[in-house]
Design a binder for this molecule. Structure first.
Ligand SMILES: NC(=O)c1ccc[n+]([C@@H]2O[C@H](COP(=O)([O-])OP(=O)(O)OC[C@H]3O[C@@H](n4cnc5c(N)ncnc54)[C@H](OP(=O)(O)O)[C@@H]3O)[C@@H](O)[C@H]2O)c1
Length: 325
């Protein structure tokens, strides 16, 4: 396994993260396409045995059942101190007041709920899943600092938001001597490169590690655009993120197909190799619903694209609307 530091932090990570949104009870929460525990465990085990010891989940994934499945798998298949475990807070965990968001009340309650479901007394990376427009950023950053000082999280990170919001959060922490974010988990793949405008340069400037989510555009970059899968048919988020631009994006999908064919490798390897070569990217967060998906992700670590291939993959891209946050 190849390792890298998460931005300018001291934390070392494998260059692939296992995205655990795939693992959760299908009729809990909003992702009907997820794998139940029996189907999830062999994939988590395969990842751990291959050295993908960095796992990303969230309190909201499948109504908390992703955290429960991941926690039990780590207990059964790994040593906790060899794992880098990341989870998130923001999205609703129940209806009514204080059931979501980034208030002090939500953060201090949700970290304890996550730790209970994960069966551990700390997470390595605690991430805010989105920006909370209803809570002062000072309240959020101080609460996150207190989570770290209480020993419940080793580092903090953030996920999709505008670059100005992320900058405001970082400078608020810096001015007050609170723990700063070390990572940005954002939407970045060959079908959506809008983060190249502001967020990626900011992260590189500040030494923030970049952890792209949905690196294969939820599967669209891994197959011909005429093909589909059960997940694609039922994943509402895939529709929300990609349907409006899919006509234009077919040219990019075709370019991935051509580079993959010339190399004699599956498309997923090409799309992941492109991301792994982007400056500042520490580890793409890969989704795996079949054993071969992990094999391709691992193989992508040894695939180096040349300048002509990268140019061919990037050439068809057109500006996209802001989606995903
Ligand atoms: N922070 C956020 O807001 C946010 C948002 C989204 C995701 N995430 C994180 O990112 C992780 C990954 O998201 P994702 O699952 O959307 O990532 P992805 O890697 O873009 O998509 C995974 C899907 O691609 C297909 N696939 C993967 N490897 C393949 C291969 N070698 N050949 C053919 N198809 C392949 C599979 O689709 P099929 O199952 O259809 O075959 C798989 O379910 C999540 O688990 C979560 O941890 C975070």
């Amino acid at each position: 396994m190849e390792y890298a530091r998460l931005g300018r932090s001291g934390l070392q990570l494998p260059r692939l993260c296992l995205g655990c949104m795939t693992y959760g009870i299908p009729d809990r929460g909003t992702h009907s396409w997820t794998l139940d525990e029996a189907a999830s465990r062999p994939l988590i085990r395969q990842a751990l045995e291959a050295g993908i010891t960095f796992l990303d989940t969230a309190n909201s994934y499948s109504d908390g059942t992703s955290e429960e499945i991941v926690g039990r798998a780590i207990r059964d298949f790994a040593r906790r101190d060899e794992i880098v475990l990341a989870t998130k807070v923001f999205f609703p965990m129940r209806n009514g007041p204080n059931g979501s968001g980034l208030s002090r009340r939500a953060i201090l309650g949700e970290i304890d709920n996550s730790l209970r479901r994960l069966g551990t007394d700390y997470v390595d990376l605690y991430q805010i899943h989105r920006w909370d427009p209803h809570t002062p950023i000072e309240e959020t950053m101080e609460a996150l600092h207190d989570v770290v000082k209480a020993g419940k999280a080793r580092y903090i990170g953030a996920s999709s938001m505008y670059a100005w919001q992320f900058a405001k959060a970082i400078y608020t922490a810096r001015l007050n001597g609170w723990t700063e974010f070390v990572s940005m988990q954002n939407h970045l793949n060959l079908l959506n490169r809008e983060e190249e405008r502001e967020m990626l340069p900011f992260c590189r400037d500040q030494g923030i590690g970049i952890l792209p989510w949905s690196p294969l555009a939820r599967g669209l970059l891994a197959r011909d655009w005429r093909d589909s899968t059960i997940r694609q048919e039922s994943d509402k988020v895939t529709r929300a993120l990609y349907t409006a631009t899919l006509q234009a994006d077919r040219a990019t999908i075709d370019a991935v197909g051509r580079v993959a064919q010339a190399r004699g490798v599956p498309r997923a390897q090409v799309a992941l190799a492109w991301l792994l070569q982007q400056p500042g990217v520490t580890a793409p967060i890969v989704g795996a619903s079949k054993p071969g998906h992990l094999d391709d992700a691992l193989a992508a670590l040894s695939l180096t694209l040349d300048d002509a291939e990268i140019a061919a993959l990037e050439a068809p891209y057109i500006p996209h609307p802001v989606v995903g946050f």
